[in-house]
Design a protein around this ligand. Sequence first.
Ligand code: FES
Ligand code: FES
Length: 172
Amino acid sequence: MTSVHEIREEATGDVPVRRVTVTVNGERRVVECEPRLLLVHLLRQGLRLTGTHMGCDTTNCGACTVLVDGRAVKSCTMLGVQADGHEVTTVEGLATESGLHPLQEGFREEHGLQCGFCTPGMMLSAKALLDENPEPSEEDVRWALSGNLCRCTGYQNIVKSVLWAAAELRSE
Ligand code: FES
Ligand code: FES
């Protein structure tokens, strides 16, 4: 399905828009946006995928993490036009019709979230890790999530959640 949105952050006069074609969670989307628009805003405002959050303006918190062609990327530090022709996965794309993704199950089982603000980014960074390394150590998980900040959990249960998901994925 194809959809066209025009995204302007505010009245900006004559700034030209660019057409961007991006596959988001398996669906081809076409948007028209200003070249300066950040990918995080394209996702949140343009496509209404508001699971991707913004927790800072200096690229340190990781709340905006999505997968671009399978790699974990901080979408606040990438322009929407740079996603042209690429595949993006957001948290809304993790669950399938048959149920939650094992990472989502793991965060629930092991109490890996409280306020939930960091959770989408955490799960996507964790997915990038597990896709590459199905049997990570605790240290591997902590290192892979070192670009994702959480104010609530103290991280311990997040690590347990990811290890739970890794074990679940290996048993499937
Ligand atoms: S919003 Fe903090 S790293 Fe992107
Ligand atoms: S659960 Fe609140 S910031 Fe992580």
